[in-house]
Structures are given as C-alpha cells and as structure tokens.
Design a protein around this ligand. Structure first.
Ligand SMILES: Cc1cc2nc3c(=O)[nH]c(=O)nc-3n(C[C@H](O)[C@H](O)[C@H](O)COP(=O)(O)OP(=O)(O)OC[C@H]3O[C@@H](n4cnc5c(N)ncnc54)[C@H](O)[C@@H]3O)c2cc1C
Length: 481
C-alpha cells in the first residue's frame, strides 16, 4: 500500500481495538466518539491533502517507486531539503499549525534514524538485529502510511529524587524474556495523538546511568497490543458546540495520553534496542534534533503566521490603530520572519553528513527550540491584549439563528468599517479558541514543553556548542593583556 487516503486512515482506526480511556469511559470507536470524531476527521483531511498537493507532499519510494509521504524522505541534496520544507509546510497549513502531531512529525524522526543507523543503532556491529528491525520498520511506516505516536519521557513521581532510573518500578522497563521477545512493564508520558495512532514507538530520550540496562529500550508496537493502556486527558473538543462557536476545539484536539505498559510483550522483530546503554545514550548525536526541529519549526511558522493574521484582523475589526497595538503586531511579525528565516537557512545551508545523506543545518533551528517555547505564551498575551473584552462579547451560532435576536445583534454588535456582527463574532470566537479555551490552554502548555522546557533547551544548546573558536577569537582580538 502507498500513501493512504483519509477514508483508509479512518478505516484503520475503526478496525483497531485499542484500550483507551477518556473521562471515565472506555472508548471503542474513536471515529464515532463525540469528543474524538472531530479530530479524526481533521486528520483524515491531512491524509487526503497529501494527494491534493501530491507534487509537494508525495515522493516515490526509492525502492518500489510507489507514492509515499514526503516526510519519509532521506534527503540527498539541498534541493531535497527544500522540497521537504515545501511538503511539510503544505501539511501543517491544513491545521494552521495547531496540530503538532500530524503523522509527518514521527515520520521525519524515523527517516532520520534510518539515515544514521550505521553510526548509531548498528554501530560496531553491537546491535545489528535491532538496527535491521528499525530499517524494516521505517520502510513499513512509509509504505503502509502508518500513523505513529510516541512516548519517550518517564513519569514524574518525586522531583527531589528523579531522575532515579535504576530500581524505578514506575518508569517503563524490561521485566523478562519470552520465546518470542521481551516483556515490559511501567509507564511513560505523554503520547500525543494516541487515539488516532496505529502504532506507538518508544525510543531513547534523556541519558540513563550505568546499571539501567532494563530501561535502555526502543521499539514500535501496534496500539492494540495486549497490556497497552492509554489514559487520555480530559477532552478539549467541545463535542456539543457548533463549529462556529468553537472553530478550533471542534476540529483540532489531537489529545494526549498517559501510557501504561501492563506486562506488554514486545515481539523480537519489533525491538530496535534491548539493554545497550551506550547506544541509548548517544541518540543525541544522530542528527535527530536537526531533522525533527525542521518539522516543528515549519509547523510553528504556520501557527505564528496565522496568529499574526488573526491579531491584525482583530485590530482592524475594532478600528484599533493605536501605537501600542501596531507595536505588538510588529512584534508578532518579527517572530514570524525570524522563524521563516531559520527554516529557509537550515535547508539552504544543509550539509552532507556522509554516505550521500544531507541534513538541515541545525544552527538556525536550535535556538528556536527555546525561543518558540517563550514566544507562544507572548503570542497569546498579545491576542488577549488586542482582543480585550471583545473576546467575550460574541453571540453564538444559535443566537444569530434566532430571528428575534438577529436584528438586535446586527444593530449593536457589528464592528468597525461596517464589519457585520456575525463576521465579528466569528473572528473573536476564533481568537478566544486560540488563546482562552481548554484547547488554547493545552496548546500553550504544549508549546512550552513538547520539546522539553526552554530552560533545558538553552542549557543543551550551549553545552553542545563545543566549537567556540570564533567566539573566543573575537574576545582574544579585543583583549588587552
Ligand atoms: C501537551 C504536551 C504533549 C506532550 N506530548 C508528548 C509526546 O507525545 N510524547 C512524549 O514522549 N512526551 C510528550 N510530552 C512530554 C514532554 O516531552 C515533557 O513535558 C518534556 O520532556 C518536559 O519535561 P518536564 O515536563 O519534566 O519538564 P522539565 O524540562 O523538567 O521542566 C519543568 C520545569 O523545570 C524547569 N527546568 C527544567 N530543567 C531545568 C534546569 N536545568 N534549570 C532550570 N530550570 C529547569 C523548566 O523551566 C520547567 O519550568 C508532552 C508534553 C505536553 C505538555
């Protein structure tokens, strides 16, 4: 099978009997559940979109020639990197960057792993079988157009002792071997997209200490594997609301789920890593971050540009030409253009990492991991400052449909420059769903933490910047001794 259609994606979700809990209820069919159906439909639209914009979003499988999503690309030139930027942008446009985990997010990660397996997973012949399992999985991911979620972070129990891995019974670890593979037990956070995924991947994140072999795991398994339990957070989807009233919540709640592995058997062919701490701890050297941050920064660019457009239209809707507002709009535009530049530069200055594989230049992308985490809360603040009370003076669809009320709403709730009341309400409702609804609050938490906190990113950025020769030379040139 090649790149799937939306209907094929939904059909796959219907046939997968995952163990998923949402607000005290066990959900059987995520495509029909009132709190999940809207996002399932939106994601189906993302699958259809790859066919609508096939020139940007699809590419031939290098071995079979079948059409696969562009996010599976292992780039071989700057032109490839630029092509991938165009395709990823097309995909994230469809949710104005509000869904962080459309499947291209994980696809880019696994393409990156597959490109570097010789230097990482299979290095020195230590883990040949695991490396070949990963390569086979990456091809299947592309060819079956699988929707993949992931969980890589251990749950927080006690920050005064965490991260204490060895002996920790909460975090995911191996508890035994079977004839067919291994058994794992424990929990992990926080699988975004879990209700809409076909498989779940586990792979290395933060380094682990010597003696933690049981925790050095990487694999991917179907979400309906026995013993796998997903605990969703409360829905932000506003299932009973008219889309006019909640234009974003009704469509873009991608969900997040705590994952429990209750003695789950991982078949040997699904295992990429089992117990090798050295390999586990060197994931940071695979180039994963530069590839992943390409996808995330493109997605963020679409969201920022939408936020800029939204804030500008809010100001226009109420005739706000004040210097304070113009300055805030300029601030938003600044975020947009810095982010755009980072994406373009990363592709333009792509580098050959060996073996004919090209990765984006991480220098322009890495700072964005921390900057975006601090910009997005400010973006929301600007929309609130411009929107003010108008964000809450927004009649609902049913109010507008009431023939007695309608003339009054048209008379008293229109905007500047003859903006009709219904158009003004639609605009401000969009803004409130962006910044003030349950989805808005979840989304700002997402931006702050999904790539780990800004603090950790700043620290890591500095520590990984080991070539400081030019910076030091400049200091040397100015030093008076
Ligand atoms: C909406 C959402 C979706 C997510 N989806 C997924 C997913 O799909 N899969 C997955 O695996 N994970 C997911 N995550 C989890 C995410 O990976 C973690 O939240 C992330 O790794 C940050 O870890 P943490 O929450 O422990 O925060 P930390 O990085 O520990 O930060 C917590 C606080 O401590 C501060 N801090 C941390 N380190 C330092 C330091 N060295 N110096 C000073 N201050 C510091 C930070 O500023 C922050 O305020 C998701 C998280 C959210 C919020």
């Amino acid at each position: 099978m090649a790149a799937r259609t939306g209907e094929q994606f939904l059909d796959g979700l219907r046939r997968t009997k995952r163990h998923l809990h949402l607000e005290g209820e066990r959900v059987n069919d995520v495509t029909q559940h009132p709190s999940l159906a809207g996002a399932a439909k939106t994601l189906a639209g993302v699958f259809d979109r790859q066919h609508t914009y096939a020139e940007d979003c699809l590419m031939p499988d290098p071995e079979t020639g079948e059409a696969i999503n562009i996010s599976h690309m292992i780039p071989h030139s700057v032109d490839d990197l630029k092509r991938r930027v165009r395709g990823l942008s097309r995909l994230s446009e469809s949710t104005v960057g509000l869904m962080g985990r459309t499947p291209d997010y994980m696809n880019v990660k696994f393409a990156s792993f597959a490109a570097t397996w010789r230097d990482w997973l299979g290095a020195d012949g230590h883990n040949e079988t695991g490396a070949h399992n990963l390569l086979a999985f990456q091809k299947r991911l592309a060819r079956e157009d699988i929707s993949l979620t992931h969980t890589i972070i251990q749950p927080t129990i006690d920050k005064s002792t965490d991260p204490q891995i060895v002996g920790n019974k909460v975090t995911l670890h191996k508890v035994g071997d079977t004839a067919n593979g291994i058994v794992v037990r424990g929990a992990r956070i926080l699988a975004t997209l879990a209700p809409f995924a076909d498989e779940i991947a586990v792979y290395p994140a933060l380094p682990i200490p010597p003696g933690a072999e049981a925790y050095a795991l990487a694999f991917s398994i179907p979400v309906d594997t026995p013993g796998l339990i997903f605990m969703c957070r409360d829905s932000a989807a506003a299932p009973n609301a008219h889309p006019f009233d909640r234009p974003l919540s009704s469509r873009y709640d991608e969900q997040d789920a705590f994952v429990i592995f209750d003695d789950v058997e991982i078949p040997r062919e699904c295992l990429f890593l089992d117990g090798d701490i050295d390999i586990y701890n060197t994931v940071g050297r695979t180039g994963l971050q530069d590839n992943l941050t390409t996808q995330t920064t493109i997605r963020a660019l679409n969201k920022l540009e939408c936020a800029y457009g939204l804030a500008t239209r809010l100001a226009e809707a109420i005739g706000d030409h004040s210097p304070g507002t113009q300055e805030m709009l300029g601030e938003l535009l600044g975020y947009v253009e810095v982010t755009r530049s980072a994406v373009l530069l990363s592709a333009e200055h792509g580098r050959d990492i060996g073996g004919g594989v090209w990765f984006p230049d991480g220098r322009s992308l890495q700072p964005l991991r921390a900057l975006l985490a601090t910009w997005f809360p400010r973006v929301n603040e600007i929309i609130m400052l411009i929107g003010s009370h108008n964000l809450l003076a927004t009649p609902s669809r049913r109010d507008f449909d009431d023939p007695e009320l309608r003339p009054l709403l048209d008379e008293f709730l229109h905007g500047a420059n003859d903006l009709a009341a219904v158009d003004r309400a639609a605009l401000f409702r969009l803004a409130w769903d962006f910044v003030g609804s349950g989805l808005g609050a979840r989304n700002v938490l997402y931006e702050r933490f999904y790539l780990t906190s800004a603090a950790r990113n700043r620290i890591n950025h500095h520590l990984r910047n080991t070539d400081r020769s030019r910076a030091y030379a400049l200091v040397e040139s100015a030093l008076v001794k």
